[in-house]
Design a protein around this ligand. Structure first.
Ligand SMILES: [Zn+2]
Length: 250
């Protein structure tokens, strides 16, 4: 049987600790704009009197529990990344944890056959590649190998912003009810100049931060470059009405 491919790096990049906490419906207190604190949710936690021992750094995307009995039960490790967290929660290997995260959050994996190719490509920096092949412009944001399903272009928020359902449908803009980092956000497909889907921008429809989410590793400057072009052509279109008014993105 062929072993399922696990891309640890992509899983770590795509899934945030916040996503994982939401998945388990774990609520922590926001103590600063990058840190959360609260009762340790891990099954290795036995101390009843430490209600603030668990903390998460949302910037570094890491967690730790300060309770010595909890640390001891985890072979002396204070904390770790999303994979370590799920592996403790589920009492499974890090590899199984990555597989679960891949399934829960629909982390795209490269299609079979391209996986080996991808590995070797990673070894080269864009500069090295450009040197070898100066005529080829570095593909910054590669086309996506998936599309988000279940985007709702009839969501009331769109109407509130003055966007007709027909326009929203035309641009593929809508509310995303699924899981993952774009959950509960208005998703705006972003295409490159060849019209290929390269990312989704997720706009918060409430006060949640950040107002706009882009996939980890996504070259936003490149997006803005393309968006600027889009804006020229669709000055009165959906993209402009969503993005132009938000100075935070431009
Ligand atoms: Zn603990």
């Amino acid at each position: 049987m062929k072993e399922t491919f696990v891309d640890f790096r992509t899983v770590k990049e795509q899934v945030s600790m916040k996503d994982v906490l939401d998945h388990y419906k774990i609520e922590l207190r926001q103590v600063s704009n990058i840190s959360l604190r609260g009762k340790c949710p891990l099954p290795t936690h036995s101390s009843g009197n430490s209600t603030q021992s668990f903390n998460v750094n949302t910037e570094k995307n890491v967690w730790a529990c300060q309770s010595s009995s909890c640390v001891e039960a985890r072979d002396g490790r204070k904390g770790g990344n999303v994979l370590d967290f799920v592996s403790v929660m589920e009492n499974c290997s890090v590899r199984d944890a990555a597989l679960r995260l891949q399934n829960w959050f629909l982390v795209p994996t490269p299609p079979a056959g391209q996986q080996e190719k991808k590995k070797t490509e990673i070894k080269e920096t864009p500069e090295q590649r450009a040197e070898k092949n100066p005529d080829v412009i570095e593909e910054v944001n590669a086309p996506l190998a998936f599309v988000l399903k279940g985007i709702d272009s009839t969501h009331p928020y769109l109407k509130e912003r003055g966007i007709e359902e027909e326009t929203a449908k035309h641009f593929g803009v809508g509310f995303f009810p699924g899981r993952g980092s774009m959950a509960g956000r208005l998703v705006i497909p972003i295409a490159n100049e060849r019209g290929e889907l390269v990312a989704y921008a997720g706009r918060a429809i409430d006060q949640s931060e950040p107002k706009y989410k882009f996939p980890a590793g996504f070259k936003k400057s490149e997006v803005l470059f393309n968006l600027n072009r889009v804006l020229l052509f669709h000055r009165r279109g959906v993209i402009s009405s969503l993005l132009l008014r938000d100075s935070s993105i431009a």
